[in-house]
Structures are given as structure tokens and as C-alpha cells.
Design a protein around this ligand. Structure first.
Ligand code: GDP
Length: 286
């Protein structure tokens, strides 16, 4: 296993990709448009209980993961901002749901919801149960929930807690109500054969959740190496702009591994792109 040092903390994580540079309208690739869209993410509000959240005016995508899985860094990297997900690291805010607007300034088309990390041993038992309940309530009852981005440390794969969360959301994912994108984070810490194994193992676990209606994607991701960032942005942007495509199979992407590493033939969901994705109607809240 690659023993390289941890990336700089999320507070110093900085997208700064060449793709972030302004691109003349009309010449941008779908990936560049997706990144530019993700870069518009801005803080909206924070809530410690479901009833403190604003009414579900827009579809929401929830970011979930074990503490330390790289969730804040992934959000900051997707948004190309150093401190967007910093609020979720602030003492007193770690157990809150933080909401972000994404899309045009005057007409955001999606909310990102940064949910509390789970499985952190140092959280007092009472507090842990309370916020796990907040998270469970959110994931099972929030009508606006249209998608889940789950961060899984690529070195560890799905842990018991991750699998419990997966089982918890499986009914909504299986019915196609909620889409799922799994980011195998910190992939820079793995060598190529370890990356192939990680994506294959994760694909197998996710295969158990796949149904004819499920829309599940798997991306090998590294904020440090900027691996999979555009793929992840494309999936998220596609959720807003493209009609749903249900293949019943897990779509995989990342570092060119998908074609060679899938446990079963990888089906990369190719949604027919609208003529101008930015003009397409947003998803309706579910
Ligand atoms: P969170 O608790 O899930 O929000 O996790 P963080 O985003 O704070 O990341 C936890 C640790 O993993 C920090 O030390 C990050 O610097 C490190 N980290 C996050 N993403 C990466 C990555 O892509 N590569 C490497 N090598 N380290 C990362």
C-alpha cells in the first residue's frame, strides 16, 4: 500500500485545476461545464434538526461518509474552494446538516447537504445517537433527497458502518427515488493494482443494492491527485440536467479503470445530453 503522507487538510485543499479557468461559452466540454457548475456551490444554511431545514424547494444531494473519509476535502475540491465545507468542522457545527446552493446565482438548481460524519469514536454516546438519528431521519424522510454521494476510503473499502448506511438507504435507491454516487477517496494512496482491487470490491458490494431502477455510480477519487473530480462533477451535474437512465448496473469511472476492473462488464451510464444542459429544467423535488 502506498504510504505517502496525508494530503493537506481540507482547509487547505484547493481545486485550482486548469479546468477551473474560465472557458469561453460554447467551447466548454461537458466536464468543464459540470466543474463550472460545481464551483458555484455556496453556503446556504445550517440545521441541527430536520425541522430547521428550509422547505424542500430544490432537490438535494446529501454527502455522507465515515469521519475522516475525506468528505470535506471532496466537497471543497468539487467546489474548488478552500473552506466551503469548513463549517462542518467547526466545533458545535460538526453534528449539523450544512446546506449549500449550487447553480446560477439567481436560480440555484440543487442543494448539496453535508451530513455529519459517522463512526467517530470521540463523539459522546448521547450526541452520537442524537445525530445519527438526525441523519437517519434526513435520509429516510427528506422528500427533497434526490441523490447521495457516499465517501468511502479506498484503502478500507466499505466498512461495517458504511454497509449499514447502504442497507438503510437501499430501499430508496433500489426504487430509483434516490441516486447514489460512491467516491472511493484518497485513491492516490493506492498503487494501480490496489486501485483496481478497490473498485472491483466496491462494485461487488454495490451490486447487491443494484436493481432495475437503481442509478448507482462508482468513481475512484483523489482530491490530492485530482483523480475522478471531473467524473464526479459530471455525475452530479447529470443528475440535475439529464433525464434519469436506469441501467440496473453499477456505472464505474475513474483513472481508466472501469473497463478493466469491473466484477461484471462495466456499464457506464451514458445519459443522452440535452442540447444545452445548462438550460435543461432542474429535477423536481421528490
Ligand atoms: P472528513 O472527516 O470525511 O471530512 O475528512 P477530511 O476531508 O477532513 O479528510 C480527512 C483526512 O484525509 C485529512 O487529513 C485530509 O487531508 C486527508 N485527505 C482527504 N482527501 C485526501 C486525498 O485525496 N488524498 C490524500 N492522500 N489524503 C486525503
Amino acid at each position: 500500500m502506498n504510504q505517502s503522507a496525508e494530503a493537506p487538510s481540507s482547509r487547505s485543499a484547493n481545486g485550482g485545476s486548469p479546468a477551473a479557468a474560465p472557458v469561453p461559452a460554447g467551447t466548454a466540454t461537458p466536464g468543464q461545464r459540470a466543474l463550472a457548475w460545481a464551483h458555484t456551490a455556496r453556503f446556504l444554511t445550517t440545521a441541527s434538526k430536520l425541522d430547521q431545514l428550509p422547505p424542500p424547494a430544490l432537490p438535494e444531494v446529501a454527502f455522507v461518509g465515515r469521519s475522516n473519509a475525506g468528505k470535506s476535502t471532496a466537497i471543497n475540491t468539487l467546489a474548488n474552494q478552500r473552506r466551503l465545507a469548513y463549517a462542518s468542522k467547526t466545533p458545535g457545527r460538526t453534528q449539523h446538516i450544512n446546506l449549500f446552493d449550487v447553480g446560477p446565482q439567481d436560480a440555484p438548481n440543487l442543494h448539496w447537504a453535508d451530513l455529519p460524519g459517522y463512526g467517530y469514536a470521540a463523539v459522546a454516546r448521547g450526541a452520537k445517537l442524537r445525530w445519527q438519528q438526525v441523519m437517519a431521519d434526513y435520509l429516510s424522510h427528506r422528500h427533497a433527497l434526490a441523490g447521495i454521494v457516499m465517501m468511502v476510503d479506498s484503502r478500507h473499502g466499505f466498512t461495517t458502518l458504511d454497509k449499514q448506511l447502504l442497507e438503510f438507504v437501499a430501499p430508496r435507491v433500489g426504487r430509483g427515488e434516490v441516486k447514489l454516487l460512491v467516491l472511493l477517496t484518497k485513491a492516490d494512496k493506492l498503487n494501480r493494482s490496489e486501485q483496481i482491487k478497490a473498485i472491483s470490491n466496491a462494485g461487488q458490494v454495490l451490486g447487491e443494492t443494484a436493481t432495475d431502477h437503481a442509478d448507482i455510480s462508482l468513481v475512484l477519487f483523489s482530491a490530492l491527485a485530482r483523480m475522478g473530480v471531473e467524473d464526479a462533477a459530471l455525475v452530479l451535474h447529470g443528475w440535475v440536467t439529464a433525464p434519469p437512465v436506469h441501467t440496473g448496473e453499477v456505472a464505474e469511472a475513474g483513472a481508466g479503470l472501469a473497463a478493466t476492473s469491473a466484477p461484471s462488464p462495466a456499464a457506464v451510464a451514458e445519459a443522452p445530453a440535452p442540447a444545452s444542459p445548462d438550460d435543461a429544467p432542474p429535477l423536481s423535488p421528490v
